[in-house]
Write a protein that binds this ligand. Structure first.
Ligand code: COA
Length: 382
């Protein structure tokens, strides 16, 4: 009888950690951060409070939140040489690549020789949360020839990000939408980028390397990159009346064609975050001035439900986030960096949790290659 362990591609259903950071029930579309439903947090909380909740485990007191908020504002600015580095990056490069490189570079200005000191780890966590918007906006501005704007300490996290990106203060409504989007994207159990952060973190690499690795993982079109691809797809379709012929054509050419923004390893119903994002979009656009991309998305959701619904494939978080970001005037390729600005809180929560009793990840493989092959010197090979 074979003793070979069962191989599960994509590690489906295999627990990689015990974690108290969040809870997900994919059949009931239930997502909780430290026990609190994400819909409630998106309405009632702010990103700063959610970041504390995720990392520390409980809601902060008023004093703790005020101090945390103050400490974050102190850590937003980046060194002028890091700005110079960002200015040297190719203007046509992808902002996720720029973010990946600049987070690793940020760590060179604040070296973490060990991760043994919880006080220093907390400091690095705050710096990463605070500086990510600065890094994202520095590249977004400099690549189009605009001056990099310094952060403003009189604005909260979401408002300051919008200001650094656009040069304008957001209206209260825009600030609230952005803040809710950050909350909705802040954490999501053992997804690919969180697993990446855990694997890198398990080697006791620095928090900057840990977060840079996670950013690389998030950039892929099967993960965070799907928000950008989803909007591009709605634009390619060209309008709600073209949805049926577009999808029928794609499926005829490739029966396994993947619609961007649909499907999820865990959710078998519509993602709770997609529902909240759609509510935000409904609120933002009155029926008479709905953008074509949004009308197209609604029609695609409806038509796709008849085809993929029986398989449990419904909109995920990336389906509606792009139309919301577009309505705020955010460039398409900055959508995934916004995901990173939010998810850094979840990554750091998992990293902090894992450092207690850390053990390096070192899974097994099922070897299927040749063995015992004789080495043939180069001159003897044809
Ligand atoms: N459109 C059409 N069919 C899809 C689909 C989609 N977006 N997502 C999954 N499916 C189908 C697959 O073709 C497969 O069908 P089969 O059983 O007939 O072979 C089945 O559903 C399982 O898909 P699989 O790719 O194995 O699921 P997964 O758990 O490995 O992947 C995702 C999950 C999210 C990567 C996948 O759903 C996907 O690629 N979605 C599009 C990208 C996206 O929106 N990513 C953001 C995730 S938040």
């Amino acid at each position: 009888m074979s003793t070979e362990p069962e191989f599960r591609p994509g590690l489906e259903d295999i627990p990689a950690a015990k974690s108290a950071v969040s809870f997900l029930d994919g059949k009931k579309a239930r997502l909780e951060y430290r026990g609190i439903p994400v819909e409630v947090l998106a309405k009632e909380s702010c990103f700063e409070e959610v970041a504390w909740l995720l990392i520390k485990g409980d809601l902060p007191s008023q004093k703790q939140l005020a101090e945390f908020d103050h400490d974050l504002r102190q850590r937003r600015a980046i060194h002028y040489r890091l700005k110079d580095l960002i200015k040297c990056m190719p203007a046509d490069g992808h902002p996720m690549d720029a973010l990946h490189a600049s987070v690793a570079a940020l760590g060179m200005f604040y070296p973490c020789k060990t991760v043994a000191d919880p006080v220093k780890n907390w400091d690095a966590s705050m710096r990463l949360i605070a500086a990510l918007p600065t890094l994202v906006t520095a590249f977004a501005r400099t690549r189009r020839g605009d001056e990099i704007l310094d952060p403003r300490s009189d604005l909260d996290h979401a408002a300051n990000f919008y200001y650094m990106l656009t040069g304008k203060e957001p209206t209260p409504a825009t600030r609230k939408v952005l803040d809710a989007c950050l909350i909705l994207h802040a954490e999501h159990t053992m997804n690919a980028s969180t697993f990446t952060a855990r694997v890198t973190g398990s080697t006791l690499a620095s928090p900057y390397q840990t977060i840079a690795s996670a950013i690389g993982s998030l950039s892929g079109p099967l993960h965070g990159g799907a928000n950008e691809e989803a909007l591009t797809q709605f634009e390619e379709i060209g309008g709600p009346e073209k949805v049926k012929s577009w999808l029928d054509g794609k499926r005829a050419a490739d029966p396994k064609y993947k619609v961007m923004g649909l499907g999820h390893r865990v959710y078998k119903v519509k993602d709770a975050r997609a529902t909240v994002l759609q509510e935000i979009a409904e609120h933002a656009f009155s029926e008479s001035c709905r953008p074509r991309a949004y009308e197209t998305a609604i029609e695609l959701e409806n038509y796709a439900a008849g085809i993929y619904g029986p398989k449990g494939i419904y909109p995920n978080v990336d389906f509606y986030s792009g139309v919301v970001y577009q309505s705020l005037g955010i460039p398409t390729d900055v959508f995934t960096p916004i995901f990173a600005i939010a998810r850094v809180a979840g990554w750091l929560a998992h990293w902090t949790e894992q450092l207690v009793g850390n053990r390096i990840f070192r899974p097994e493989q099922i070897s299927i290659g040749k063995t015992d092959i004789a080495y043939v010197p180069l001159e003897n090979r044809p």
